[in-house]
Design a protein around this ligand. Structure first.
Ligand code: ADP
Ligand code: GLC
Length: 472
């Protein structure tokens, strides 16, 4: 089959979170299965752009409302990512340093989607499936079905994957002229509570919809940032497919970002070395259990409870634990973490910002990884932690529930708790110290067990292929 993935992120080209990891890996694994998967994304000003060679494959123009824009499509020359990668360049709109967070994001991503549809409609040979990811590509199933200019594409099956239902891409109806002329009777497909809602529109218009874990699919029916009724109504076309991880990028035996490579056989020694390095860099004590957090400092991840949960844990457990936080996000949380770091210097450290290399060193050097998320569609960090022999301590939600089994349950290996609260985190930190850190034999056994769990994309990539094949 020929599959076109359309996404705002793709690792290593541009990544803000797990969406990038997934779109950088899934197509590669689909190609390994004998299919032809390609990725189309915006051209941002990233390091990857400037350090690789590109060829021009198409130039065109379209309107965004009354404004004519010119776009070009470039292709990476060497297929180094394991799939064909196309970047859409729209001068002045997409070519920025960051992926998101601009006032004109609606214009940027609507123009991107129009350009992609326009380019695809020039293809002689059409793909078998168009696979769109998150709201930034969510208008495409509507556009190819109902916009006159793209009528030629109308019969191509579409799959919409929801990586995060919280972000829906709303825009006011005053921007409806951005969408190329369409059958006006269909306006209701774009609307949700008097706004244009690309996520709702994609759920209605895509041939099928999936989320990145089964539990999250069920949760959306009662917690979907206002779209609960829609998910209840459309449940027949929705499924959950658990994400995998790219085991070539995330492999402690070959990872170039870490201080010492290791495998299951050498895990104790390897982790000790990495922990030592990490503790040296952050002024922490390598003899104490190291609890870490990697991620966006936002409400969804319950990052706001971290400052209190950390101080409470340090005091409750008599200073017998260290914490290291890597992340950026809400300024209030960033500031509170900095304050805790100063108050509990030697016990707590932080790196406020984004660092791909440090994230790898943390998975390798930490003893425990905390994920108290309020919402977690899948979560990749816990799977990276497992692969690096780090015990995940997670809230019982979404993909975390589907990938982490509590030590108290059959074949359990991690720690799970119910509430995104200071108390639950503090209590779980205590459990981690008692269950694992103070029982070295058990800790070693569990590390080996976790590292052998298979979360590679092999099985999920095949599940996507089966889902495409069912699109009729
Ligand atoms: P989400 O996509 O909701 O942020 P995921 O768990 O799916 O959560 O994926 C997060 C990805 O982003 C992981 O690869 C994680 O290592 C990475 N990441 C998040 N924050 C940072 C950061 N500050 N520095 C480096 N990597 C980060
Ligand atoms: C989103 C979700 C995260 C998921 C990722 C990749 O960003 O928040 O849980 O793992 O997408 O699907």
């Amino acid at each position: 089959m020929e599959i076109i993935h359309i996404s705002a992120e793709c690792y290593p080209v541009a990544k803000a979170g797990g969406l990038g990891d997934v779109v950088g890996a899934l197509p590669k694994y689909q190609n390994k299965l004998g299919h032809v998967a390609k990725v189309v994304m915006p051209m941002y000003r990233t390091k990857f752009l400037y350090s690789n060679e590109w060829e021009l494959v198409h130039e065109g123009g379209q309107y965004l409302g009354l404004k004519w824009f010119h776009y070009s499509v470039i292709k990476e020359k060497t297929n180094k990512l394991g799939f064909d990668l196309f970047l859409v360049d729209i001068n002045g709109l997409l070519d920025r340093e960051k992926i998101y967070g601009y006032d004109d994001d609606s214009e940027r991503f609507t123009a991107f989607q129009i350009a992609v549809c326009d380019w695809l409609s020039k293809w002689q040979h059409l793909p078998d499936v168009i696979h769109v990811h998150d709201h930034q590509a969510g208008l495409i199933p509507f556009m190819i079905k109902y916009c006159y200019a793209f009528a030629h594409l109308g019969q191509i099956p579409t799959l919409f994957t929801i990586h995060n239902g919280q972000y829906q891409g709303w825009m006011g109806w005053d921007r409806s002229h951005y969408i190329p002329a369409y059958d006006s009777w269909k306006w209701g497909l774009l609307d949700w509570k008097n706004n244009i809602n690309p996520m709702a529109c994609a759920v209605r218009c895509a041939w099928k919809v999936n989320t990145v874990s089964q539990s999250y699919m069920e949760e959306l029916r009662y917690n979907a940032n206002g779209l609960e009724d829609l998910f209840e109504y459309e449940k027949g076309k929705c499924t959950g497919i658990l994400n995998g991880i790219d085991t070539e990028v995330w492999d402690p035996a070959t990872d170039e970002y870490i201080a010492k490579n290791y495998s299951v056989e050498t895990v104790e020694k390897g982790k000790r070395k990495n922990k030592k390095e990490l503790c040296k860099q952050f002024n922490l004590d390598p003899e104490k259990p190291l609890f870490t957090f990697v991620g966006r400092l936002v409400g969804e991840k319950a990052a706001d409870i971290l400052p209190d949960a950390i101080s409470s844990s340090v005091y409750q457990h008599h200073g017998n634990c260290n914490f290291l936080i890597l992340g950026s996000g809400e300024p209030v949380v960033e500031t509170q973490l900095e304050i805790v770091k100063q108050q509990l210097s030697g016990y707590v450290s932080t790196f406020i910002g984004y660092s791909e290399s440090l994230s790898h060193l943390i998975y390798a050097g930490a003893d425990f990884l905390l994920m108290p998320s309020r919402i977690e569609p899948c979560g990749l960090n816990q799977m990276y932690a497992l692969r690096y022999g780090t015990v995940p301590i997670v809230r019982n939600v979404g993909g975390l529930r589907d990938t982490v089994v509590d030590f108290g349950d059959w074949q359990g290996f991690g720690i799970r708790f119910n509430e995104a609260s200071v108390w639950d985190v503090t209590y779980s930190v205590g459990r981690a110290i008692d269950l694992y850190y103070n029982r070295k034999d058990r800790f070693h056994e569990i590390r080996e067990f976790m590292m052998n769990i298979d979360h590679s994309w092999d099985s999920s990539a095949q599940q996507y292929i089966s889902l495409y094949q069912s699109l009729k």
